[in-house]
Structures are given as C-alpha cells and as structure tokens.
Design a protein around this ligand. Structure first.
Ligand code: IPE
Ligand code: IPE
Ligand code: MG
Length: 250
C-alpha cells in the first residue's frame, strides 16, 4: 500500500503532535552483519520518510529522539560517529527543510556539543525560525528529568528575582518552562525497536499521550507505518480522566 492510499482512510482526527523514540538502529545493522554505525546511517532515510509522512498527514509538530542524555555512556567511537552524522545531516538537509516551510529546532542541553555543532544548530534554527509549516524538534542530549529540573530552576530564579511569587508556581507555569511548551500537547508517542519503555524521553509532556509500540527497527520504519500508527491512534478513546460514557455523549 502506498502512503497516499493509506492516507485516504485517515479521518480528520489526526494527532497534532507526534513524538518518536527512534530505536533499533544497532540491532538492524547487526542483523545484517554490519557494525552498529551502519544502522545509524540507514536511520537517516527513515527520518526523511517520517517527516514527509507527517507533512502529508498535516501533523503540526513532530519530535524525534535522536540522542538521550544517557547515550553518552556508549563507546566513544559510536558517540563520535553519531555527532559527525548529526553535523553532516544538519548541513545537508536544512535547506530542504527550509524549502518545505518546516521550522526546525533542537531540544536538549546542547552546551555539551562541540562549538561547531552548536553553531550549526543555531544557524539551522535561525534560518527556519519564521517558517509556518511542520515544527520538527530533534531531541539531542535530551532527558525528560533534565527538562523538568530545568523548568523548576527557571521558576526558582524568577521567584528569587521577585518576578513571580511562590504561589505562582503551578502545573501551568512549570509547563511553560519545559521544552515544547509552545506546541500542541503531545498526542501520540511512538517507539520502534520492540522495547516498552520511555527511556527518559518526554516524561512531562507524555502525561496523556497515546503510546504506540512496534517491533519494527528504526531503519525499517517509514511514512507508511507512521500512517498506520496514526490510524491506531484514531481508534483509541481518549478519556482524560472522564468515563467512557461522558466522552461518547460529548
Ligand atoms: C537508536 O538505536 C539510536 C540511538 C539511541 C542513538 P540504538 O543505537 O539504540 O539501536 P539498538 O537499540 O541498540 O538496536
Ligand atoms: C532511546 O534509545 C534513545 C534514543 C532513541 C535516542 P536507547 O536505545 O538509548 O534506550 P535504552 O537504553 O534501550 O532504554
Ligand atoms: Mg536502543
């Protein structure tokens, strides 16, 4: 089935914000007798395909987990290759993103990256800042706990500077300080690669997201499976604490 024929079946209830834990690159490569790095390289094509699919499905925001705050624990050589790949893809793809009206941003603590990579990220963000189409956020050196702790720190500093009072700290003000606060709420969280965990991704933002787990390894994932995930999402009944009857009668 092509994406377009699958898309025809998709109703109007498309998730506005989809996030993906892009997992399984290493196992994909190993299954082919190749080094893990080959899987990361192959995974870039899946990113292109999923961005294409998200645009076609009229998704507003797509957030991709590329490198977690825990991934520094990997062998130095693999981390090095991932950084080089990130740099290479950024310089190569950003023009195309811009042409497609995509707003690009990186979420995470970028201060640990090389100056060169930080500059390249800033340049890409600036170039695409005024675009009005899909918002593509790439999570790099991102951790959900870091995000929440960082938000708490911002609020504490505002209290200290008498900009807000202690009573102003609530879910809404903390939310505003977390990454992705300016985007629609996270509707759908996809994890490829067969594991059932969140690995310190969008802990705060996933509070009411629907989860879609697939055994497909990231380099085999594409826009067609993205649309399948969207279809599964549309079958779900989201109750947000209410009863099923309350939701149906609405
Ligand atoms: C995900 O694939 C990519 C990153 C975490 C950077 P993995 O590299 O984790 O692949 P597996 O899980 O070992 O197969
Ligand atoms: C999660 O994958 C991080 C990314 C996809 C970037 P991992 O492969 O690092 O997750 P764990 O270690 O298996 O939980
Ligand atoms: Mg993994």
């Amino acid at each position: 089935m092509t994406t377009d024929s699958v898309l025809e079946k998709v109703s109007t209830n498309v998730p506005q914000h989809i996030a993906v834990i892009m997992d399984g690159n290493g196992r994909w490569a190993q299954a082919q007798g190749k080094g893990r790095v080959a899987g990361h390289k192959a995974g870039v094509e899946s990113v292109r395909s999923v961005v294409r699919g998200a645009r076609k499905a009229d998704v507003k925001a797509l957030t991709l987990f590329a490198f977690s705050s825990e991934n520094w624990k990997r062998p130095e050589q693999e981390v090095g290759v991932l950084m080089d790949l990130f740099m290479f893809v950024l310089t190569k793809e950003v023009k195309r993103l811009h042409k497609n009206n995509i707003r690009f941003q990186v979420i995470g603590d970028v201060s640990r990256f090389s100056d060169k990579l930080q500059k390249s990220i800033a340049k890409s963000e600036q170039l695409t800042a005024d675009n009005t189409g899909l918002v593509l956020s790439v999570a790099a050196n991102y951790g959900g706990r870091w995000d929440i702790a960082n938000a708490a720190k911002q609020l504490a500093s505002q209290v200290k500077n008498n900009e807000i009072s202690l009573d102003d700290i609530d879910e809404h003000s903390l939310d505003k300080q977390t990454c992705l606060a300016d985007l629609p709420a996270l509707d759908l969280l996809i994890r490829t690669g067969g594991d059932y965990r969140i690995s310190n991704f969008l802990l705060w933002q996933a509070a009411y997201a629907e989860f879609y787990f697939t055994d497909t390894l990231w380099p085999d994932f594409d826009e067609v499976e993205l649309v399948q995930a969207i279809e599964v999402f549309e079958q779900r009944e989201r109750r947000f604490g209410k009863t099923g009857e309350q939701v149906v009668s609405k």
